[in-house]
Write a protein that binds this ligand. Structure first.
Ligand code: SPQ
Length: 416
């Protein structure tokens, strides 16, 4: 069983944004409870190459911002590693700066689509060399405003366009397909950006400068979800996770667990730096039921679908996940990697065109699984291993460092 109280490192999405927006602000910024995961360290390394002074002290990062137009031409290519957030958001910032930079990433990044950002940035007048995949070279400066109705729901595309719009010579409008995480809008406003949000419509007007901030990064709900599910499915468990980010664009997993009959409660909450933060009390739940997960709920839990699939194997009846074809273009094809691996553990699961159907409850059996170097796949199947008969062997455990360094020790410390 799992027992105890823990606090997790900072949210990955918010950590990336804190580095980026501080780097283009004027003045001295302090970011506390920053996530020292590989993805966020890639963002730091890129902005250092763009001439920004960044210093790390324990879990805090100190940044002297260069101002909105102050990034320097890098002498080297910018390597974003495994991070989709880094490359897509940076493209928006680079589009507005009068310099040339080339972006590359690892073998996973080189297969992820970038035309979703390249096409609207070109529409704004940005000169980009490259098609859908890395390497991509951006020659920034002189952007026109855009009126853009997004064909997909994506916080990365939305954020990239909001950032480019800060540099445009007029008002831009971005219309979301459905609401995706809104950390960019919240944080940029606190830096002094002129952003107005009316439901799915976001209007951005250019400003001369952004101004420095002290930012506290709340615990990562996507990381917490592995511990939440481990607690829900492991007999007699009870865990408190403190200071988790509870922004409603991210709490789809809590809604799903409640609908499945899972025992989860928010026991405390407050707002810090515009973000809702609270403690979660989670208890083992013997009887869970299958549900349908679809439509507007999907962007609110997109990164949690691998671990929700593991949870669904322990719920009675059918869980249907649909409208989630975006999963195919994450660090791995997460529909295929989750379905194929759960089949190896003898779950009753079927791949569909835009999701999966899981029939529970199944007794999972140990086997060797392939992570495809996808951190969320590795972490999900470690949780499956806690309740399987026989060991679940994970081919690459190190990939968890992308978003959750210390993951295995954190869970092992809770096991009594
Ligand atoms: O940064 P990256 O690699 O794209 O990370 C992932 C993840 O699982 O950690 C997705 F693979 O999270 C994305 C998320 O899926 C992070 C993110 C953000 O910070 O804006 C938004 C989501 O992607 P998208 O494309 O739906 O906007």
């Amino acid at each position: 069983m799992l027992k105890g109280t823990i606090e997790l490192l900072g949210d990955k999405s918010i950590s990336h944004r804190a580095i980026m927006f501080s780097s283009i602000s004027k003045g001295y910024n302090r970011i506390s409870n920053f996530l020292m995961g590989e993805d966020c360290l890639s963002t730091i390394s890129c902005f250092k190459k763009l001439g920004v002074g960044i210093e790390i002290k324990k879990n805090d990062v100190f940044i002297r911002g260069n101002g909105l137009y102050g990034l320097k031409k890098p002498s080297d290519i910018l390597d974003v590693g495994n991070s989709g957030t880094t490359i897509r958001l940076m493209m928006g910032i680079l589009a507005g700066n009068n310099l040339e930079a080339t972006l590359v990433g690892d073998s996973s990044i080189s297969k992820r689509p970038m035309d979703r950002v390249i096409n609207p940035l070109r529409e704004m007048g940005c000169d980009i060399i490259g098609d859908n995949f890395t390497p991509i070279t951006i020659k920034g400066g002189n952007l026109n405003p855009i009126h853009y109705k997004m064909p997909i729901s994506s916080a990365q595309v939305k954020s990239s366009l909001i950032l480019a719009s800060l540099y445009a010579n007029g008002e831009s409008t971005i219309i979301e397909k459905s609401k995706s995480r809104n950390h960019t809008e919240i944080m940029l406003k606190s830096f002094g950006a002129n952003i107005n949000v009316d439901s799915l419509k976001i209007k951005v007007n250019p400003v001369d400068e952004l101004f420095s901030q002290d930012i506290y990064v709340p615990g990562d709900i996507s990381s917490a979800s592995f511990i939440i599910v481990a607690t829900l499915i492991t007999k007699n468990s009870e865990v408190i996770i403190k200071n988790v980010g509870l922004n409603e664009t991210r709490t789809g997993i809590i809604d799903v667990i409640k609908k499945m009959g899972g025992n989860i409660e928010i026991i405390n909450n407050k707002t810090i730096c515009g973000e809702l933060v609270g403690d979660l009390l989670v208890k083992y739940t013997k009887n869970l039921n299958g549900i349908v997960i679809e439509k507007d709920l999907i962007p609110r839990l997109i990164d949690e679908i691998p671990i929700i699939a593991v949870l669904a194997t322990q719920a009675d009846g059918k869980t249907i996940i649909k409208d989630a074809s975006e999963l195919k273009v994450k660090e791995s094809n997460r529909i295929k990697s989750v379905v194929d691996n759960l089949k190896l553990l003898k779950a009753d699961i079927k791949e569909t065109d835009d999701g999966m159907i899981i029939n529970g409850k199944s007794k999972l059996k140990g086997n060797k699984i392939k992570t495809y170097n996808d951190h969320r796949v590795a972490m999900s199947f470690f949780v499956a291993g806690l309740i399987s008969e026989g060991e679940v062997l994970i081919d690459n455990k190190d990939c968890v460092d992308i978003s959750f360094p210390g993951y295995f020790d954190t869970i092992k410390k809770l096991i009594k």
